[in-house]
Design a protein around this ligand. Structure first.
Ligand code: SAM
Length: 429
């Protein structure tokens, strides 16, 4: 496809996204079905452009007037295309999106982004929520509007950081900033595609997992767990489960549960590839007995709670435009339920780790405060100290604290990771 056709396709997909309440990937898949002529490079260009526009949709629409204008501004100010290339592509016959008017051409030069107007790039109702979290809302939104790097966790059950780094250095991998077992591949620029990690030999051999550095650090809040009994209560596809299993060096037992059996499906293949041998998956299909038998016996219960995902907006910018206040409130109710239910599995002296990939205080500190009212046998202990105890991190001293002493917050602006809040609670009796 030529530039004009690709740009027109991105506009069509974004228009569809604005009209229907479906995720962007559904809009892309529906468009793809009617576009068999599009090759892999075309698809990467089109979805990359659509995602970049969604990262800064508020600012781009305010400056560009409509989607056509917004996409043109994104090409100039985010992708660095010269004005002439954009004007030519829009005017391409017969597949371009249509020639830009003189007024639109003039607007192209005007910068659509500024620290004073960055707030446009998050939904209105989330602004005051974010103001509770950060003294510099504009910087946080700007950082969350960038493309995210590809972060990898070296699976120490199968490899080590040096070997994995060597294998992935042709893909431009470098060591992560804080996690000693983390690698980072820079985000692909504009039209280019990131490397297909899932077909890389290092991935196929189980040496690395794709996992944001923030998520890797969150798993380390479990502390020294070699030989422990661990319950991953919201295991989903197993991202944290596999990180915890590596931390356990295959000693002790990790139990992985999720209320939705379907979400657990990938965990079996992933664990096999990663060489995990101490995993018990507990599916809700199996009845409650297997799970109930663990009550009061776990050294560590890890709760990677369902949340708004506001910490992952740089990776999934479409989700921020779908978030509503009622949905957020529903997540908060779920968080209260999950915390209360999961706490029952912790043995006296054991640890309850509460993690979300949300920046909002409402989903973190406020939930812990509500939990405490009913569960005073739990005390906050230092997640930071637990992470340091693993010997797998550095640079934690500079991480910002949250409102609760001992709770850690990570974010695109402060740590260059996805946003996470991590609280560690010790059961005293
Ligand atoms: C953030 S996701 C987990 C991601 C996963 N830990 C990972 O690292 O790949 C949250 C999960 O919590 C699960 N969940 C929601 N409510 C739950 C409940 N009441 N009990 C257990 N799991 C629940 C969801 O099905 C979802 O898979």
């Amino acid at each position: 496809m030529r530039d004009g056709g690709r740009i027109a396709a991105a506009i069509e997909i974004l228009d569809d996204f604005e009209t229907r309440r479906v995720p962007l990937k559904v809009c892309i898949a529906d468009w793809s079905r009617g576009a068999r002529y599009a090759g892999a490079k075309d698809r990467a260009f089109i979805s990359g452009l659509a995602l970049d526009v969604l990262r800064r949709k508020g600012s781009l629409l305010a400056a560009g007037g409509n989607l056509r204008g917004a996409v043109a501004l994104a090409l100039h100010h985010m992708w660095g295309w010269p004005k002439e290339r954009i004007i030519e592509a829009y005017a391409e016959e017969p597949h371009g999106p249509g020639a830009l008017s003189e007024a639109r051409k003039a607007v192209l030069e005007e910068p659509p982004f500024s620290p004073e107007t960055n707030f446009r790039d998050v939904p209105d109702f989330t602004r005051e929520l974010l103001e509770r979290v950060t003294p510099d809302l504009s910087a946080e939104i700007a950082a969350a509007s960038q493309r995210a790097p590809i972060d990898l966790r070296v699976n120490t059950l199968k490899s080590d950081t040096d070997r994995a780094l060597k294998a992935l250095s042709p893909e431009k991998a470098v060591l992560s900033a804080r996690s000693f077992t983390g690698l980072r591949i820079p985000a692909p620029s504009a039209e280019s595609r990131g490397p297909a990690i899932d077909i890389h030999p290092a991935y196929q051999k189980g040496w690395v997992e794709v996992q944001d550095e923030g998520s890797q650090l969150a798993a380390l809040a479990a502390g020294s767990v070699e030989g422990a009994q661990v319950l991953d209560y919201c295991a989903g596809g197993g991202g944290k489960t596999l990180a915890l299993a590596a931390l356990m060096k295959n000693y002790g037992q990790i139990h992985a549960y999720d209320i939705e059996a379907r979400r657990l499906a990938p965990i079996f293949d992933r664990a096999r590839r990663a060489g995990v041998r101490n995993l018990q998956v507990i599916s809700p299909f199996e009845g409650e007995e297997k799970l109930t038998a663990l009550k009061g016996k776990m050294d560590v219960v890890f709760v990677d709670a369902p949340c708004s995902g506001s910490g992952t907006w740089r990776r999934k910018p479409d989700t921020k435009w779908r978030l509503s206040r009622p949905q957020l409130e529903k997540r908060m109710e779920e968080q209260d339920q999950v915390l209360t239910a999961a706490a029952e599995y912790v043995k006296p002296g054991g640890q309850l780790i509460y993690v979300t990939c949300s920046l909002f205080v409402e989903e973190n500190e406020d939930r812990i405060a509500a939990f405490w009212q009913q569960n005073q046998q739990f005390m906050v202990s230092s997640a930071r100290d637990a992470m340091i105890e693993t010997g797998l991190v550095n640079g934690l001293e500079t991480l910002p604290k949250s409102g609760i002493e001992g709770t850690l917050r990570l974010s695109p602006a402060t740590t260059g990771t996805d946003g996470f809040a991590i609280t560690r609670l010790t059961r005293t009796k």
